[in-house]
Design a protein around this ligand. Structure first.
Ligand code: FES
Ligand code: FES
Length: 215
């Protein structure tokens, strides 16, 4: 009985040794192949050359903002809205949705209203931007549209108001303020959570009736 256990142990050890030997043998066979594969990949990479040039870290943007020449060194992914707010300290244009859906960030680019959150700052290079901060006269006198918003209580919390006013000025300049319906259609991209739409429409209509509205 003892002899049988001893033999069984001997057989087990032999199997273990056999498995170890097989494993080592397989590794010894695979290792050179892996090494060859790595060498081949290294050679292929060397032939292809270095990876594609990464996105430039910074870009220079020169523009006229509210009548003043500015030069900004920016990450190329910077939006015009972020350039205005975070680099120039112009906080009038608001970040509502940041996806072009609320109009809170509306400014004028070469006289046309744009959603500054969707406008890459680099696209503004060499162009003119007007924000709510540049709308009043040099002497501080309010723009007729600003005055009309006050006259008609066209705001409550005021968050959407800079974008509403910039869009309203453009609406009149575009000739889209001939009726309440025209104004509402032309201003439909500017949302107001406070629901000040009646006053906004009245303000736009008032300015449209003043010599076509000043811009
Ligand atoms: Fe630009 Fe809403 S923040 S459209
Ligand atoms: Fe409050 Fe328009 S006045 S969101």
């Amino acid at each position: 009985m003892v002899k049988k256990e001893s033999e069984a142990t001997k057989v087990t050890l032999n199997r273990r040794e056999l498995l170890q030997a097989a494993t080592l043998g397989a590794a010894a066979t695979v290792a050179p192949q892996m090494g060859e594969t790595a060498d081949a990949a290294s050679q292929a990479l060397a032939q292809v050359g270095t990876p594609a040039v990464p996105t430039p870290a910074r870009v220079l943007m020169n523009a006229t903002i509210n009548g003043e020449r500015v030069s900004l060194d920016l990450d190329p992914r910077t939006s015009l809205l972020d350039a205005l707010r975070e680099h120039l300290g112009l906080f009038g244009a608001k970040k509502g949705c940041d996806h072009g859906q609320c109009g809170a960030c509306t400014v004028h680019l070469d006289g046309q209203r744009v959603a500054s959150c969707l406008t890459p700052a680099v696209q503004v290079d060499g162009r003119e931007v007007l924000t709510i901060e540049g709308l009043a006269g040099p002497d501080g006198s309010l723009h007729p549209m600003q005055r009309a918003f006050i006259d008609h209580d066209a705001l409550q919390c005021g968050y959407c108001t800079p974008g509403q006013i910039m869009a309203a000025v453009a609406c009149v300049a575009e000739g889209n303020a001939g009726s309440d319906a025209d104004v509402q259609e032309a201003m439909s991209g500017n949302l107001c959570r406070c629901g000040a739409y009646v006053g906004i429409t009245q303000a736009v209509r008032q300015v449209a009736g003043q010599d076509g509205g000043a811009s």
